[in-house]
Ligand binder design. Structure first.
Ligand code: DGL
Length: 290
């Protein structure tokens, strides 16, 4: 347990309710979760962090992801977040189980909500994800826990996140890359496809053209926000006052983020660049990932 090393949240009950939900990703992918928050929980205030200086996460080691996630969660707690949604599958797959007990606020990830939603739709499930998420087998394990007879195929898609962050959605090259990644899943005749990375819903128009119409597409963002709503209810933590505008922070140059966010949110946000307070990895934490 490293919980006591991190700032404790001693806010009184009322300010706990109006405290923001922390949402983070490596970049703009988490905006697909933010959009769902606006839709399903419009009364909640949000603080969004995009770790753009260290993007992409999907080719990082588990030790690196754990370090980044601990730094972000520590900062979110310092900002007074009442709950954190990991709007990043890579972090959810590689770090959630380890860090959940280290912090005194609820932390939600995408894998279980996405897996549960998928097994309600089909039995032959394809997962497209970052290489780290695919290699972790997190989706396969979560799906088989809920539906042991399901079949699962996972494809690591290293080129998708850089292409999306470079706003190359209309580039024919992106279409050819998508065809290549989906080919093995088409051969397996999947009936359901999970967007196993929060960046991928931006590719929906391309993926839709490649997949047969009968294939159900699962966006775990919808389901993690539904889980967050339930959890807030259960804990009596729903916001009862008007929300404040979303605070956006990134670790790198804010300009590319502002441009993409304007495209996908419909307004150009004010974005701060911040430096996360560094955390020195503890020996116990290093052992845990060896
Ligand atoms: N959007 C994130 C995910 O869901 C991270 C992608 C990346 O930075 O590689 O996995």
């Amino acid at each position: 347990m490293v919980g006591n090393r991190f700032a404790d949240n001693h806010l009184p009950i009322m300010s706990q309710n109006s405290a923001p939900i922390g949402v983070f990703d490596s970049g703009v992918g988490g905006l697909t979760v933010l959009r769902e928050l606006y839709r399903q929980l419009p009364y909640e205030s949000v603080i969004y962090f995009g770790d753009t200086a260290r993007l992409p996460y999907g080719t990082r080691s588990q030790a690196q992801i754990l370090q980044f996630v601990r730094e972000i969660l520590n900062w979110m707690v310092q900002q007074g977040a009442k709950m954190v949604i990991m709007a990043c599958n890579t972090s959810s797959a590689l770090a959630l189980e380890v860090v959940r007990s280290e912090f005194n606020i609820p932390i939600l990830g995408l894998i279980l909500p996405g897996a549960r939603a998928a097994v309600q739709q089909g039995q032959r499930i394809g997962v497209i994800a970052t290489p780290a998420t695919a290699a972790s087998n997190a989706y396969r394990q979560a799906i088989l826990e809920v539906a042991p007879s399901a079949r699962v195929w996972q494809v690591g898609c290293p080129e998708f996140v850089p292409l999306i962050e470079q706003n190359r959605l209309d580039d024919p090259y992106t279409v050819s890359v998508a065809q290549e990644y989906l080919e093995p899943l088409l051969q397996r005749q999947i009936d359901t496809l999970i967007y196993g990375c929060t960046h991928y819903p931006y590719l929906a128009p391309i993926l839709q053209r490649i997949l047969p119409q009968s294939v159900k597409r699962i966006d775990p963002a919808i389901h993690v926000v539904a889980a967050a709503a339930q959890e807030l209810d259960l804990l009596g933590l729903k916001n009862l006052r008007p929300p404040v505008p979303t605070r956006f922070c990134v670790s790198g140059n804010p300009q590319p983020f502002i441009q993409l966010a304007a495209q996908w949110l419909g307004y150009a946000p004010i974005v701060e660049t911040i430096t996360l307070p560094a955390l020195v990895p503890q020996p116990a934490q290093l052992e845990a990932v060896e």
